[in-house]
Design a protein around this ligand. Structure first.
Ligand code: ZN
Length: 226
């Protein structure tokens, strides 16, 4: 099979597919901003068509849903998001592109541009495809919402605190009204339960959020033996 990653925005194709999907089954939600969000939303709706016949054919997906990978949401919505991530970034190709790339939002953005999809979905696919021990943690207004970890990070458990620690980059973005941290060393205890927040063990965190948004995504990388 020959696979070609789309390199240009085909507005007509996107509009045509969206039109077919919208006709009998779907309501349009708030207008998505860019082609990356539109492609993800269309793929999400295709997921409902194929995975949930008869039960989830009227849908109103919005921007918040495109970045919601919380395992405690309605299972159909999570399945549609994972379907979209796999459709837009097939693991067979993505694994190769992600190989050897250190976790950072700069790297995620490069991959997201290549596959023309959202940064949050790209980060999820990266976590599942890399061999580095990483996890993605979402917080809103400084309160943890959900996380996704890969098998290499399975020995690390988030601490019981619901609020993000003041030593974390997630906290820094909200406190200082920034949209992007640098990938920095933070105490492992700022996130994980068996470490001291004032101890010497460190992990790398890179955090990002949209301007003005209370929603922060932290990429955590356990890069040293700690
Ligand atoms: Zn949906």
């Amino acid at each position: 099979m020959v696979f070609k990653t789309p390199t240009t925005t085909d507005r007509f194709t996107v509009a045509a597919v969206a039109g077919v999907l919208a006709k009998p089954r779907f309501h349009a939600g708030p207008k998505p901003k860019g082609v990356d969000q539109r492609r993800f939303i269309i793929a999400h709706e295709l997921g409902h068509v194929l995975l949930h016949p008869g039960i989830r054919q009227i849908d109103q997906v919005d921007i918040r849903q495109t970045r919601n990978f919380n395992h405690y949401q309605e299972p159909e919505e999570l399945e549609a998001n994972y379907f979209a991530a796999e459709l837009l970034m097939p693991k067979a190709f993505f694994q190769n592109d992600a190989k050897g790339i250190e976790p950072s939002w700069a790297a995620i953005r490069t991959l997201a541009e290549r596959y023309q999809t959202t940064q949050s979905a790209t980060a999820i696919q990266y976590v599942h495809c890399t061999k580095e021990p990483v996890m993605l943690v979402a917080s809103e207004n400084g309160v943890r919402q959900w996380f996704v970890a890969n098998d290499y990070a399975r020995d690390f458990f988030l601490n019981d605190e619901e609020r993000v620690h003041r030593y974390s980059c997630a906290h820094e973005l909200l406190a200082e009204d920034k949209t992007q941290s640098r990938a920095s060393d933070v105490p492992a205890g700022a996130w994980f339960d068996r470490f001291d927040p004032n101890g010497k063990e460190c992990i790398t965190e890179d955090a990002m959020r949209a301007r003005g948004s209370p929603f922060v995504l932290s990429l955590l990388w356990v890069h040293d033996a700690i």
